[in-house]
Ligand binder design. Structure first.
Ligand SMILES: C[S@@+](CC[C@H](N)C(=O)[O-])C[C@H]1O[C@@H](n2cnc3c(N)ncnc32)[C@H](O)[C@@H]1O
Length: 276
């Protein structure tokens, strides 16, 4: 099939066009409410967590990936840096009562997300009352609030901001919250050139850091985690215009063997490669 007639064009997303498309598709009087003209990292529940014009897509893609990986409603799920519930709004509604755990240091953004998605403050929301999620607000990657292992973890756009020290702490805490069959997804921005692979410590926000697969795989191995790169880039754009692609990486304690549910979506996992 020639490139032109192919239904799927394997190119990076085109954020500028996506932004224009969103501005055109959404009536002008909703632009401010949706933060559509703001840059990623601005103090708005949709912009704080990334480019606001793809807020819906990035949340939906994360949820879709969890479904493809076999998430069921009875599973216990940890959302690391849950922000304004970009993913959480889908996961919370899907999971049975008491199965969702979210850690987010920015209380205001989280509460604004609850209000935006569920129509009331945390204390008054009927959805929150019915689903009984557990939230905590630490910055230490302390996941002890889950009181026992969880089945799935998603850390979207966290390791794209963590230096070496915090990436190790993140991976150590993730490993500590997993049982033998748990699946964790961690996104990071992949670079090919080892000279661009971050070597500094700290938290970089809204700036980003990049890692080679081999460096990320090595850090995961330090915490006895298998790491598998997927073929799911989640494209992003920084305020300076640089397009970055976050690559969800599957982390497991035992060798990853797709379950029955996961095998139904096996085609999506063609090209998954172990990186450590
Ligand atoms: C780029 S946003 C991604 C949010 C969310 N995962 C999503 O995909 O919508 C990163 C989030 O991590 C939060 N964060 C910052 N430091 C953190 C830490 N030490 N532990 C957990 N979350 C943190 C930020 O407040 C922000 O909401």
């Amino acid at each position: 099939m020639s490139g032109n007639s192919s239904l799927i064009v394997f190119q990076r997303a085109e954020p500028q066009r996506l932004r224009q498309e969103a501005l055109k598709a959404v009536p002008a009087d909703e632009h401010d409410e949706l933060g559509l003209k703001l840059g990623a990292g601005a103090n708005h529940p949709r912009a704080w967590v990334g480019p606001p014009f793809v807020y819906d897509m990035i949340g939906g893609m994360q949820f879709q990936l969890l479904m493809d990986l076999g998430l069921r409603e009875h599973h216990r799920f940890l959302d690391v840096g849950c922000g304004s519930l970009r993913l959480g709004r889908f996961a919370l509604m899907y999971l049975l009562r008491g199965r969702y755990f979210g850690v987010e240091p920015n209380r205001e953004i989280l509460n604004a997300g609850v209000k935006m998605h569920f129509g009331a403050d945390m204390a008054d929301s009927q959805v929150i009352a019915a689903k009984a999620p557990t939230f905590t607000h630490n910055t230490d990657f302390d996941f002890s609030f889950t009181t026992g292992p969880v089945d799935y973890i998603f850390a979207q756009s966290i390791a794209s901001h963590t230096g070496i020290d915090l990436t190790h702490r993140l991976l150590s805490s993730i490993a500590g919250a997993m049982h033998e069959e748990s699946i964790a997804m961690v996104t990071y921005i992949r670079c090919d050139d080892p000279r661009k692979s971050n070597t500094e410590d700290g938290w970089f926000y809204p700036e980003c850091v990049t890692y080679t697969d081999s460096k990320f795989g090595e850090m995961a191995r330090d915490h006895e985690l298998n790491a598998y790169r997927t073929v799911w880039p989640m494209s992003n754009i920084r305020p300076d215009g640089l397009i970055t692609s976050q690559h969800p990486t599957i982390l497991t304690k035992s060798e990853w063997k797709p379950s029955l549910g996961q095998r139904m979506s096996a085609a999506l996992f063609e090209g998954v490669q172990k990186i450590n």
